[in-house]
Ligand binder design. Structure first.
Ligand code: GDP
Length: 332
């Protein structure tokens, strides 16, 4: 696993051609910008390291699309060697042949510096496409990439593809998958969540990164889109309330590549007041949100009957929280 030097957090690199949607993605996912406002964003023209004020502190390096790798301006070793995942954004509503050529060049360049990097292709802006067309586009992109890399002698490179849009939850789900692959603690987190779910008769539990609304782990029962969306909407509601009435989470400051500083999480992250919140839904289900630390929140969906044993739930959540704290301490 590649991590930022001196920091336990995985680094993500977001790359793609001009107007492919990079700035929009980072604004919507990491800065809570409403998707329609991205229409007025300035296109990315420089490498920018976005400090993300989240538990993972994954750093999104917004790469302009027109970089020439071979002109010697960039220290490719420094850029790629500590990167956990390269996210390459392709605008599916536009001609994408040139974008693919750039993707193939990038993959080959990266092999020299960091062959272990995860390569994640976001086939983006699919909100405007019919389901059939989405799948055709994906098939075409996969086929061309596989063929091209095989021709060049790189047929062992594994690539993951995601259909994404900032207008629905697909962009958040794609990020969840990308992040989860970079978490060495994931297996342990899932086991802890499984324990919690069975002890408290919970239907589904997610551990969310609150600011980005990316879930970093969930129990091993299958994720259905509806429960995920409900939980993510619930975070919005709670967050809007806490922004007005709650405590200050602090702002992230913007740094550029040259100032490559990275802060490490302090133990203070764990010592904030515990907040929890409950909502009873019309269909007899209950949503339960509990802040785990400054960045993470546990959200559970359960039946009304299970929630009646509130003492049991509080106790188990507390045990879960302590275990989680130890897991992350061990990995520091
Ligand atoms: P960048 O140059 O890669 O940073 O691209 P921008 O973020 O500036 O996005 C270019 C345009 O694409 C903007 O007008 C966005 O509103 C639009 N855009 C970004 N993501 C989506 C998406 O998921 N769906 C649609 N329909 N448009 C998008």
């Amino acid at each position: 696993i590649s991590r930022v030097r001196g920091s336990p957090r995985p680094r993500l690199l977001l790359q793609g051609q001009r107007r492919s949607g990079k700035s929009s993605i980072s604004s919507v996912v990491f800065h809570k910008m409403p998707p329609t406002e991205t229409l007025f964003l300035e296109s990315t023209t420089r490498i920018q390291k976005e400090p993300v004020n989240s538990f993972m502190d994954f750093q999104v390096w917004d790469f302009p699309g027109q970089i020439d790798y071979n002109d010697g301006t960039f220290d490719l070793e420094a850029i790629f060697s500590d990167t956990g995942a390269l996210i390459y954004v392709i605008d599916a509503q536009d001609e994408y042949l040139e974008a693919l050529t750039r993707l193939h060049q990038t993959i080959i360049t990266i092999q020299r510096f960091n062959p272990a990097i995860n390569i994640e292709v976001f086939i983006h802006k699919v909100d405007g496409l019919s389901d059939d067309f989405k799948l055709d586009t994906q098939r075409d992109i996969v086929q061309r990439t596989t063929d091209e890399l095989a021709d060049l002698g790189y047929d062992g490179v594994h690539i993951n593809y995601h259909l994404t849009s900032i207008y629905d939850h697909s962009i958040f789900e794609a990020f969840s998958k990308v992040i989860q692959k970079l978490l060495p603690e994931l297996g342990t987190l899932e086991n802890l969540l499984n324990g919690l779910v069975s002890n408290c008769r919970i239907e589904k539990a997610f551990l969310f990164d609150v600011l980005s609304k990316i879930y970093v782990a969930t129990d091993s029962s299958p994720v259905d889109v509806q429960s995920y969306e409900i939980c993510s909407d619930y975070i919005d509601v709670v967050l809007d309330m806490t922004e007005i009435y709650g405590y200050d989470r602090g702002e992230a400051e913007v740094t550029t590549v040259e100032e490559n500083k990275s802060s490490t999480g302090s133990t203070d992250d764990w010592s904030l007041p515990d907040q929890s919140s409950v909502m009873k839904l019309q269909n007899g289900m209950v949503l339960f949100l509990r802040e785990i630390n400054k960045f993470l929140a546990l959200i559970c969906i359960m039946r009304k009957e299970s929630f009646e044993k509130r003492g049991l739930i509080d106790y188990n959540v507390q045990v879960f929280q302590q275990a989680l704290e130890r897991v992350f301490e061990l990995h520091r």
